[in-house]
Design a binder for this molecule. Structure first.
Ligand SMILES: [Zn+2]
Length: 561
């Protein structure tokens, strides 16, 4: 079959015959999520009546040559980003803060002078650009969605309603000059015509200009089961190895990589003209991580695919069982990613009465494929029967959603977090330690020979002896599956504890020799030695994962206020 370089006219899309970045035909398909509507293609009642809904095959493959993970079907962008596109990037506080901080940090890092041109491709309502504008930059947004572009212009961010391409890039240079920075946040991986995109970027970039891409990290997607971030619009799943050879072809090189925690693990990738910028050791660090995570091995991909199938079964079972008990379940937040879960797991109106949403342009519509009504948040409280459970589909904003919906918990509602595995979220009383328990260990048996003390009565698959110098810090991290028991042999620690879904609510206790703390999964713990200290770590794991694979590290500055 002919491998068309670009999608033309009103065609549905194209089946990929070769890798989008290196053109190798060796694509290893490892995941099939079935037929999917566009994730942002919410519908009106009339559209549902008319049966106007397009479905596309959602299958994922990895290139055996360069390692790029990609969808094997590219939908025509005309069907994805036209009138119907309704995602507003300014809707969550976490999102807005991320983009404003991003602008400040880039301005400092690249030492941009006043009046430098910053072009944002797929600029949405202009949040990132407003950050650059605040920093004295000259800004221009490019976004094809008419409603979104109109909001941006209304907010004072000049935005051209266009798909990026060489002709538009030429026009930008004519009207605005060369760009010092071109940004692509959560857009780079959405664009099928990579040649056209790179030609446009190269035409716009000044000689010392920098392209900055933000995209979710495929390594995190695999390790944290974030398969709901796979959807039609999202053509590629970014990792560093394939990008190195890709940019080389266009005379560019990656000179730095930073990792941000938004969207469950996002990479910020800095690309300059080859030889113009000093290359940071971070680039090699990420390549090593990918190698260590066996990211380009079929075994890893197959294991991931098996876990996805298991997840579907568990999620449906959880919801089915609650429905059998007569419970009322709703969806809290209706993000694009929720639609992969809804459609793949075949969740319908029989499970969820409705989905709540803040975004005004989504309210009154229906979810793509599954046709669940999208309503304003206040319906929860005006509804005849108060919902028993709310599924948080925007799990990457779970902390913020829980904080904003304390009222829901107060009235007896419970939250369900579907990722990395479906679970009812437990919120223990504020005064206790999120389910962690401290015990003063006393001997169970004593005679003239000495004492016998039971530390743990459970199956154990890791025991570690750890010494820590005064003032040194261990963690913070949490475990996805293990319960960790730490018994202090000598010295003492200051222990910080928080729940993964509520980082800002942190507790601090002192743990002394002779005491043991049992910490359940998803409870973040950090140990700071008050003096030189020794402890035994005893872990019980429910699965068969090793200790390292079960550990999720947390930045210290993310904890507490
Ligand atoms: Zn390739």
């Amino acid at each position: 079959m002919e491998n068309k370089e670009t999608i033309t006219g009103n065609s549905l899309g194209r089946k990929l015959e070769s890798c989008r970045m290196c053109e190798s035909e060796e694509l290893y398909e490892f995941l099939d999520l079935g037929l999917m509507p566009p994730a942002d293609g919410i519908l009106s009642a009339k559209e549902i009546e008319r049966g106007e809904e397009l479905l596309f095959p959602l299958k994922v493959a990895q290139c055996q040559n360069c390692g790029l993970t990609q969808l094997t079907y590219a939908a025509n962008p005309q069907h994805l980003y036209g009138e119907k596109y309704k995602y507003e990037s300014s809707i969550t506080n976490t999102g807005v803060k991320h983009f404003l901080d991003m602008a400040d940090s880039i301005r400092k890092k690249l030492d941009l002078s006043q009046g430098s041109l910053v072009v944002d491709i797929g600029s949405n309502v202009g949040v990132l650009l407003s950050g650059f504008k605040r920093n004295g930059m000259n800004v221009l947004g490019i976004d094809p969605a008419p409603k979104i572009a109109k909001i941006a212009n209304g907010n004072g961010i000049e935005t051209w309603q266009e798909f990026i391409g060489p002709a538009i890039a030429k026009k930008i240079v004519e009207k605005k000059g060369l760009a010092k920075v071109v940004t692509c946040t959560n857009v780079f991986a959405h664009i099928d015509d990579k040649k056209g995109l790179m030609k446009s970027i190269n035409a716009m970039l000044d000689d010392d200009g920098v392209l900055i891409i933000e995209a979710p990290y495929f390594l995190d997607l695999v390790e944290n089961m974030e398969y709901d971030t796979i959807y039609i619009d999202h053509l590629e799943y970014i990792s560093i190895r394939p990008l190195i050879s890709f940019f080389e072809k266009y005379g560019l090189e990656i000179f730095d990589v930073e990792k941000k925690k938004i969207h469950g693990g996002t990479l910020r990738i800095f690309v300059g003209k080859r030889g113009k910028m000093a290359v940071s050791h971070n680039v090699g660090k990420f390549l090593d991580l990918e190698k260590k995570g066996k990211l380009y091995e079929k075994e890893t991909l197959n294991a991931f695919s098996a876990k996805v199938k298991k997840h579907k079964k568990q999620f449906i079972e959880l919801l089915d069982n609650l429905k059998k008990d007569g419970k009322k379940i709703i969806g809290i937040s209706a993000p694009a990613k929720g639609n992969t879960l809804l459609n793949y797991c075949k969740i319908s109106r029989d499970h969820l009465d409705y989905m709540t949403e803040k975004s005004l342009i989504k309210i009154g519509h229906y979810t793509p494929g599954t046709h669940i009504p999208i309503v304003a948040e206040k319906k929860i409280y005006t509804d005849k029967k108060f919902p028993d459970y709310g599924v948080i589909f925007a799990w990457n904003f779970a902390s913020e959603i829980v904080r904003n919906n304390q009222k829901f918990l107060d009235r007896g509602g419970k939250f369900i977090n579907p990722i990395p595995y479906p679970r009812i979220m437990e919120f223990p009383q504020k005064e206790d330690l999120f389910g962690a328990k401290v015990t003063k260990i006393t001997p169970d048996f004593e005679d003239s020979r000495g004492k016998i003390t039971d530390l743990v009565n459970a199956s154990i698959n890791h025991v570690g002896l750890i010494t820590t110098e005064a003032g040194a810090q261990r963690g913070p991290h949490y475990h996805k599956q293990s319960t960790q028991n730490s018994y202090i042999l000598s010295g003492s620690f200051e222990v910080s504890l928080a729940h993964k879904d509520d980082l800002k609510n942190m507790k601090r206790i002192v743990l002394k020799a002779g005491e043991m703390i049992s910490i359940p999964s998803f409870v973040i713990h950090g140990f700071k030695a008050r003096e030189k200290a020794t402890m035994i770590d005893i872990s019980q794991t429910r699965g068969d994962t090793g200790y390292e694979a079960d550990v999720v590290r947390i930045n210290l500055e993310d904890l507490g206020e």
